[in-house]
Design a protein around this ligand. Sequence first.
Ligand code: AMP
Length: 378
Amino acid sequence: MKHAILPGATIGVLGSGQLGRMFALEARKLGYRIHTYSPDRDSPTGQVADLEISASYMDLERVEEFAREVDVVTFEFENVPFACAQAAAKHAPVRPRGEVLHTTQQRNREKSFLASKGIPVAPFAAVRSAAELDAAVARIGTPAVLKSADFGYDGKGQRKLRSPADATAAWNELSAQECVLEGFIDFELECSIVAARGLDGSFAHWGVLENLHANHILDVTVAPGRVPPQVAQRAIELARAVLEALDVVGVLCVELFLTRKGELVVNELAPRTHNSGHLTFDASITSQFEQQVRAVCGLPLGSTELLRPAAMANLLGDLWIPREPNWAAALALPDVKLHLYGKAKPAPGRKMGHLTALASTPDAAAALVREARERLRS
Ligand code: AMP
């Protein structure tokens, strides 16, 4: 631990959303100071940070100034421009490295990287023109999914192609930008492995997290995921291979499909804490956020043991319509925890907070968290 950045030091966070907020809360518990940098003001992270800097990610002089004032830089938003991470790296270690961002923030780069390391991904082709899309459809077949290569998350910038006849409309709707065409995976379930890697190469994970989506947005996560032990083992091995291949120092989430044939296919990577890991805040000895603090500061990783089966339900802005949710009704369930991110304006689809329920089985936790969320509407 010769190079450890010890409590009392200052951690810089690029990005200022809820992931940074929960990271900052854990960092503060450990006695660190937090500076956050993003274009926003009164942000979820800024509200709990020691210093909130509101400036463009491309104001590289300002980024350098920010980095000079901190002992280490991490990020909570993977679409921070690579140039911004490079500018910060002139003055402080950036963990994970900017190259990890670069690889994972563009779908074609990410998929090519995974494929080159022998990690299973859906059949895919980079598409830069209508003609390339026709060729890709001929090779991959339908059904398939056309996704914009940049800045996509939560299903934004995606069109399903049920037949080759859908290609032209899908291409035009995605504004003819660089895309990736992926074969459609007929999956049994979706899951993720949130994992951490320390400065010394140590590895930790929270096991399989089972993810249920609604309208392409994560809706409910259940832990432990209800998959056979050999599937869990394989998923963990794949995650370990990804973190090692990318030489990650920090936290990274591997999102996976489990096909109906029992095979695992990597959907995408998030080089940061992940929505599916939020339940670790209440249900694990060490949360994903504390683990990110430990990893980026060069400290030993903590135990990821799950104390009880748990489930998380997202609270989207839709729940605020027509009136403020009934918080007391959900909190009347004593094994349910409420997290709100301090966002002033609820909007449909906007992640405003989440609930975590602890129970004796994953099924019971899932039922309890759904009941709690239902009560918010009472
Ligand atoms: P993504 O933004 O890539 O995480 O996609 C959002 C959601 O769309 C995923 O969680 C899946 O439910 C669905 N999806 C994305 N890609 C595929 C695919 N190749 N096959 C089947 N479903 C997909």
